[in-house]
Design a protein around this ligand. Structure first.
Ligand SMILES: Nc1ncnc2c1ncn2[C@@H]1O[C@H](COP(=O)(O)OP(=O)(O)OP(=O)(O)O)[C@@H](O)[C@H]1O
Ligand SMILES: [Mg+2]
Length: 373
């Protein structure tokens, strides 16, 4: 069916419904008025005439009663005719306006169904129900548009990430087959490292997808912010010692507990501390702090004295696959997903994760805010 034919059918369906409803209303009104006028009117008129002292069969009375009946019939017929005319006009106008609005929405829905996610419909101004329909439709289309854009970007990023290790493995295998490269311990180490990178990428992708889709079961319990930070600091003590970076704690007294899944939050702080240790040179310092925000939220910070983040990179570091120094950060084995996973986990708790830095060399601070329990 073409768009026009479909529109025609929709308009006809709605038009028939409106005409049917108006005909039923008119017919009911006509029959009721007729019955009442026929049964009640003449009797009442006759009673008035006799109570005014007129004789029953007086010619003037018969004449007046006939005149009353004729006047009644003509008035009723005129009123019904006018009502039918107004109903027809109202029906046509409503049918055209509602039909046009519905046709706009159904055409836009067909376009969205065909993949044109940028289709939007104007609010028809036909009352709140129709305006709500248009708004919900536009919100749905915008959401689909956004997820389609993310899907396309994710696929491109994944393809990009997979290409390098797969190309390395393929290159080595070919060289081994050609006898150019011996299958010794060094070669095996390269192959193992590249396959480990692919495995980690697959694991990270699964984790970020799960976290971002909201498909997470959180086992929340009230936890004191100080406990969270103590546990996080304890978990990286050895890595910090190896990196020769001091890890300190700074917790404000009297903080309310937060309702969190300890394991997920531990994962968030492990990612943040792993980054902080990796980007802080030996002799540096990482501080874990907890404070009360003016808006009632609890803020948990991981601040380092490391290499910092330039302003142009700062808005992007929380995005999937974003690395400031692609070659070097990848050399560390990172896929650039740690912060995206952390942000999704914090958001699943109803909180936020933000990054701040005064620039290269000035250290970086990552802040997790959580609503109090
Ligand atoms: N504390 C920090 N100081 C300076 N730069 C940082 C810091 N934390 C993160 N970054 C920058 O943000 C980028 C993204 O961090 P993210 O944790 O998402 O990825 P990654 O650490 O490179 O890899 P992954 O965490 O997946 O192993 C890092 O590559 C790094 O360039
Ligand atoms: Mg990381």
């Amino acid at each position: 069916m073409t768009g026009d034919a479909r529109r025609g059918a929709a308009a006809w369906g709605l038009g028939a419904l409106l005409v049917g409803a108006l005909v039923v209303v008119l017919a009911t009104a006509a029959v009721t008025a007729w019955l009442v006028a026929a049964a009640v009117g003449p009797g009442l008129f006759h009673e008035h005439m006799t109570s005014a002292g007129m004789a029953d069969h007086d010619a003037a009375v018969v004449h007046a009663e006939q005149a009353f009946q004729d006047a009644g019939t003509v008035s009723l017929a005129l009123a019904l005719g006018a009502a039918a005319l107004v109903s027809a006009v109202v029906g046509v106008v409503l049918n055209r306006r509602i039909g046009r609005s519905l046709a706009t929405v159904s055409t836009a829905a067909a376009r969205v169904g065909a993949g044109a996610y940028d289709s939007r419909v104007p609010e028809p101004g036909l009352g709140t129900e129709f305006d709500d329909l248009a708004r919900s439709f536009n919100a749905m289309a915008a959401r689909l548009h956004e997820s389609d854009r993310l899907r396309a970007r994710l696929l491109a990023d994944v393809a990009h990430e997979v290409r390098t290790p797969v190309a390395t493995i393929a290159g080595y295998l070919e060289a081994i087959e050609d006898g150019v490269q011996p299958l010794d311990e060094d070669t095996l180490a390269v192959l193992r490292e590249q396959s480990a990178r692919l495995t980690r990428l697959a694991d990270d992708l699964a984790a970020v997808t799960r976290a971002e889709s909201g498909d997470l079961t959180l086992h929340r319990e009230p936890v004191a912010p100080a406990d969270l930070l103590h546990a996080a600091a304890g978990a990286v003590r050895e890595r910090a010692a190896v990196a020769d970076v001091e890890v300190g704690l700074d917790v404000t007294d009297g903080l309310p507990p937060v309702a969190v899944d300890r394991t997920r939050l531990a994962q968030v702080f492990d990612n943040l501390l792993d980054n902080a240790l990796r980007h802080t040179p030996p002799g540096g310092r990482v501080v874990l702090a907890a404070t009360h925000e003016p808006d009632g939220q609890v803020a948990l910070r991981v601040a380092d004295t490391g290499e910092g983040i330039a302003p142009e990179h700062l808005p992007h570091v929380l995005e999937r696959f974003y690395r400031v120094d692609t070659a070097r950060d990848r050399g560390h084995g990172g896929s650039g997903i740690g912060l995206a996973i952390s942000r999704a986990l914090v958001q699943a708790h109803g909180g936020t994760l933000t990054a701040a830095s005064d620039g290269p060399g000035a250290g970086a601070t990552f802040t997790v805010t959580l609503p109090p329990a």
